[in-house]
Ligand binder design. Structure first.
Ligand code: DGP
Length: 124
């Protein structure tokens, strides 16, 4: 039994892959958690440390999360800093793609935590 899986009440989308990961219906490599969020390895890593930090409940993107639950947004940033300290040197990049032109492909808000290397900057 994955200890990071905990059923949440409230916001869920039955068709959302990240809601399924939170529920334990789709496997993921969890690395840490907080009361409202979990961190797991990205399936397609772009850096030595590439994690996704997501809320347990479903929000479509970072703007919706920040407007609806800014405390949870802050909790996700704290969790990102925690895992970057545990798995790298504590320095990290935290990216929220918002909208298809920005590269968002999963519409359950997630912060990409990139760390463990001197990161380049080539967004376009
Ligand atoms: P974005 O393109 O910003 O929406 O990022 C989505 C990320 O989610 C992308 O880097 C790949 C990752 N991803 C998609 N599906 C899965 C999955 O089933 N498991 C894991 N671990 N990561 C996934």
């Amino acid at each position: 039994m994955n200890t990071y899986v905990r059923m949440t009440e409230g916001r869920k989308d039955p068709d959302c892959i990240f809601c399924k990961i939170v529920a334990g219906d789709v496997p993921a490599e969890f690395v840490d958690e907080s009361p409202g969020a979990v961190a797991f390895k990205d399936i397609n890593p772009q850096a030595p440390v590439h994690l996704l930090v997501i809320p347990r409940e479903h929000y479509g993107d970072v703007s919706e999360l920040a407007a609806t639950n800014p405390q949870l947004m802050a909790e996700m940033v704290d969790l990102a800093a925690q895992v970057a300290g545990d798995l790298a040197d504590g320095q990290f990049r935290l990216i929220f793609n918002s909208g298809p032109r920005a590269g968002q492909s999963v519409y359950h808000v997630h912060g990409h935590v990139l760390a463990g290397a001197d990161l380049g900057w080539t967004p376009a």
